[in-house]
Design a protein around this ligand. Structure first.
Ligand SMILES: Nc1ncnc2c1ncn2[C@@H]1O[C@H](COP(=O)(O)OP(=O)(O)OP(=O)(O)O)[C@@H](O)[C@H]1O
Length: 286
């Protein structure tokens, strides 16, 4: 007798994973930072990577964008297994990822436009005639005025430096945007504006976004999901409100501690309001 075959509709829907990492180990000498860590990111999502200081957010970001080779584990980017990819394929994968490093990491002696054009000149295949226009279009996309193109980073405010770095990250039309502490050093209004910009870009360009952050406003309001690093792994993934409702002590301390409490209470009130606004209908038999 043959086993009944599975119909296609019986299978769980396959997720389009931009990042699929399994069993990641990162270790420096005797310091094991990640131990058998799994991490997945679905296309189109905006996800915040959070956790206490030193839990390995930056090391994980660097591993996921191939700046660091993990000591063990598998990593697929856009469905491609990087362990079996040759140098050319790895380079083409890198070009599909835009990165905003902590602090912006702009070249201080170059103008904003020159900074933005660097990756385009190095890896892009564009008509040189249109280069400047292309660079300016990225600067505008990042919410900067065109006249900032010819300024040096030192002539910009902190928020403008972040946007200039974002413009450079967008230079090669990436599918995945990786941001390391993008709102650090910004005032709350500037930080919220940056979050809004990232949301708009994600919606309009179909970008997937991964950001390491400590910014509670971003974590509670700016992203779709949060991945919490703890015990050398991704301990939990969900909305901030979902993670706050879990029992693990690390999650309780992070999401319901003194600084997070206002957000937690706000989320509970919102939930109560939405429940009150959509009362359940009486059943037909009652
Ligand atoms: N190049 C390195 N050599 C040795 N140890 C390193 C190196 N890079 C990172 N580490 C160690 O890895 C651990 C995680 O560092 P990482 O910078 O990823 O933490 P983080 O979660 O990003 O911290 P923070 O929130 O403070 O930025 C730390 O213990 C750090 O000392």
């Amino acid at each position: 007798m043959t086993a009944p075959s599975l119909k296609k509709t019986d299978l769980p829907p396959s997720r389009d994973l931009v990042i699929d990492a399994e069993g990641i180990i990162n270790q420096f000498g005797s310091n094991r930072v990640h131990d058998n860590l799994d991490f997945k990111l679905e296309r189109g999502k905006i996800l915040a990577l959070v956790g206490g200081s030193g839990t390995g957010k930056t090391v994980l970001l660097h591993t996921l964008i191939m700046l660091r080779q993990a000591n063990a584990g598998s990593l697929k980017l856009f469905g491609v297994d990087i362990n079996s990819a040759n140098d050319a394929l790895r380079q083409s994968l890198r070009e599909r990822i835009g990165v905003l490093f902590q602090g912006g990491a702009l070249f201080t002696s170059l103008t904003v436009l020159e900074n933005v054009l660097l990756p385009i000149k190095e890896h892009g295949h564009f008509d040189p005639h249109w280069l400047n226009d292309l660079g300016i279009s990225k600067i505008l996309l990042a919410g900067l005025p065109a006249e900032s193109a010819h300024k040096l980073p030192m002539e910009l405010s902190g928020g403008m430096v972040k946007r200039a770095a974002l413009a450079r990250a967008l230079a090669l039309d990436p599918e995945l945007l990786v941001l390391d502490e993008p709102t650090s050093g910004l005032d709350p209004i500037g930080a919220a504006a940056f979050d809004d910009l990232v949301r708009t870009l994600s919606d309009s360009l179909g970008l997937t976004v991964l950001q390491a952050t400590h910014d509670l406003d971003s974590i509670w309001r700016g992203v779709d999901e949060v991945a919490f690093l703890g015990r050398k792994k991704v301990l939990a993934v969900g909305t901030a409100a979902e993670l706050a409702a879990r029992d693990e002590p690390e999650l309780q301390a992070y999401f319901r501690g003194a600084r997070s409490q206002a957000f937690w209470l706000g989320a509970q009130q919102e939930k109560q309001h939405s429940q009150a606004a959509s009362p359940s209908f009486p059943s037909e038999t009652s």
